[in-house]
Write a protein that binds this ligand. Sequence first.
Ligand SMILES: Nc1ncnc2c1ncn2[C@@H]1O[C@H](COP(=O)(O)OP(=O)(O)O)[C@@H](O)[C@H]1O
Ligand SMILES: [Mg+2]
Length: 431
Amino acid sequence: MAIDLAAQESIVGRAQKDIDKYGAEGTGYIGKVVMSSGENPVLGRKIRMDLAEPHVVLICGKRGYGKSYSMAVLIEEFARLPVALQNRISVIVIDTVGIFWSLKIPNRLRTDLLQQWDLEPQATNARVLVPAGKMDFYKTKGIPVDGSFTLKASELSGIEWMALFKLTWSDPEGVLVTRVVERLREQVGTYYGIDEIIKAAQDDTEADSIAKQALINRLRIAKDWGLIEKTGTRVSEIAKAGVITIIDVSAYRQAIGMEGTRDIIVALLGKKLFEERMLFRKEEEVKLIKGERRESEMPIVWLFIDEAHMFMPKDEENIALTVLLEWVRVGRQPGLSLVLATQRPEKLHPDSISQCDLFISHRLTSQSDIKAVEAMRPSYMYKGFDKYYDEMPKGKGFALILDDNSEKLWFVRIRPRFSWDAGVTATAFTE
Ligand SMILES: Nc1ncnc2c1ncn2[C@@H]1O[C@H](COP(=O)(O)OP(=O)(O)O)[C@@H](O)[C@H]1O
Ligand SMILES: [Mg+2]
């Protein structure tokens, strides 16, 4: 009797003992197995991915082969988990390009593609938060915004101000901002904004007037970013249980001298989430010991970072790097998952390659990038990466999945999105 392989499902990201226990509960449908060679391969069983346990997922691939798309597919699946599970999870997406807002719009443009997969266009419930002072930017672009966020000035240390302005200890303004911020903390506490820092810089007696002016100019520009205020958005407001939150920082994309802003946003958010989850993790443990249900107010977090090499570079400094490496190394214990995407694994900090437990790779052709991922070649891989990439169809959305949890390797086609793909269709959309 022939076995109908297409009727079966397989789960990645979950060890066999957990599959025996939980089955497919808490997983998301991400694609189908590739069963034959060629450009239009036969597709087999459905592949689901575990979304209930913490993971470090790395998505690689050449530009334009489906990294952001695959991320969107994953995000869509979180919105389709059973409510009880959803309510334990908060999904936060750092969007540097301004493409994830379209998750909210059903994919009516590609109903043909969805039909081939027996799927239908659907909207995904997500909210888009943007820096408070940049609302106009998003309005003019027609991006549907649900709210804004700010960072609390007093939460930035001297080092973080330096990182924000790309200053070092050899810059007099760097030394000055550190001194001024420390003094403010002693004198005022935690309630001060950029105006107070400007005033304190003016009053500083040690710095020369050139350094003062240079710093004050930078601070004035920083005011225009509309990001750093006396009061900041609480992390509990951002990491909401059962909610998919898109932090759109694309307003800072092109402007020169603003690169530091998105680094600071990721660094502070990552740090806060880590601290809070560590606290709540303890609370959950105590409850468990007392025989109560393991629940706390703070949900577990899945943080999605597209273009991750920007925040976790290999040979450069970045204020977000230390924080994210902490997530990569020990985040699973407090329930912090990361989904990183990059087209340049070669430029990515090697720890995020070696520590990932799910590796999803679209086509890679650059030898240096292939070499970078070779570093993690697991024992269950019996051919070199270049061989797999050679065999991969040239079309978009095909991926190799290495799963450390089940120690298996899969060759899949990622399913089409339910939601609109702003990556390519943004212009058609505004017509
Ligand atoms: N799984 C897929 N199914 C169908 N089309 C896809 C798939 N993945 C990617 N594509 C197509 O490829 C384009 C580029 O994908 P994208 O995710 O934006 O690439 P990048 O790797 O640069 O992030 C998408 O806009 C879409 O048209
Ligand atoms: Mg992309």
